[in-house]
Design a protein around this ligand. Structure first.
Ligand SMILES: Nc1ncnc2c1ncn2[C@@H]1O[C@H](COP(=O)(O)OP(=O)(O)OP(=O)(O)O)[C@@H](O)[C@H]1O
Length: 249
């Protein structure tokens, strides 16, 4: 089954169309990357799938169900977003316990304490972090909390918007390993936006290269690793990273 299917998707901000005619079919369990130059519309596509960019036409289907333009609670339970900046995405006055309990409260899910502790363990955080505030955590620990929050409702799909680019290089590797493990353990589907081709090689099965709001190429990661992308623009992008298409973590 498709986890995410986009059919002839156009997305606009006001009068300006920034995504043009995008078609994508991402299978359940797949890890898929969107790469391309800044402003090419990658994050906008994630926002539209999450219901945060309402001005779109075409079709967005999540787990084979077309989504509407409204915020849909059923979709929100199945698709969660993780943002680049773990500093900005966590409320500074809420403890980690409050941050992780909130999605459970909103959805009237009980047994919250146990669920919060189990999730802290799943993302590799000691239980003593439970009643701390975000400013008492490192950047990497905060991103673990952001990932934990996204997973509290046991979604099928994570939309990851540059999830490691705000972190130190050594911490990036830890978070990438965590994402890889969680995907395996929980059978998650990832749609990841990144500028970092080594991250794509490490974490993804396929990628789409975007330019000016359009997809120019969809390829298997094996082709990226071999430096064998077909389109001239994709090859330029690869050359700009000086051939760094693999990452050792
Ligand atoms: N809230 C907004 N209102 C108006 N225009 C926006 C808004 N958000 C993004 N844009 C514009 O939409 C276009 C696509 O932006 P988007 O953030 O999707 O690109 P991106 O490929 O994710 O870029 P980056 O890699 O720099 O994050 C850009 O021209 C951007 O300026």
């Amino acid at each position: 089954m498709s986890a995410i299917r986009l059919n002839n998707l156009d997305i606009a901000y006001g009068d300006t169309k920034v995504v043009h005619g995008v078609n994508l079919d991402i299978a359940e369990g797949e890890s898929f990357a969107l790469v391309g130059e800044s402003g090419s519309g990658k994050s906008t596509i994630l926002r539209a799938i999450a219901g945060l960019a309402p001005d779109w036409t075409g079709e967005i289907a999540v787990l084979a169900r077309p989504r509407s333009h409204a915020i849909e609670r059923a979709v929100a339970r199945q698709v969660q977003m993780v943002f680049q900046d773990p500093y900005g995405s966590l409320h500074p006055r809420k403890t980690i316990d409050a941050v992780l309990s909130e999605p459970l409260e909103i959805n009237s899910i009980g047994n919250r304490g146990d669920r919060v502790e189990a999730m802290l363990q799943a993302v590799g955080l000691d239980r003593r972090f439970r009643f701390r505030f975000p400013h008492q955590l490192s950047g990497g620990q905060r991103q673990r909390v952001a990932i934990a929050r996204a997973l509290m409702l046991e979604p099928k799909v994570l939309l990851l918007d540059e999830p490691t680019s705000a972190l130190d290089v050594s911490v990036q590797a830890e978070i990438l390993n965590l994402l890889k493990r969680l995907r395996r353990e929980q059978g998650l589907t990832y749609l990841l936006v990144t500028h970092n081709l080594p991250v794509v090689s490490f974490l993804c099965d396929r990628l789409a290269v975007m330019r000016h709001g359009r997809i120019v190429e969809v390829a298997d990661v094996a082709l990226l690793k071999r430096g064998d992308l077909a389109e001239p623009y994709s090859r330029e992008l690869l050359a700009a990273t000086q051939g760094r298409a693999s990452l050792t973590v």
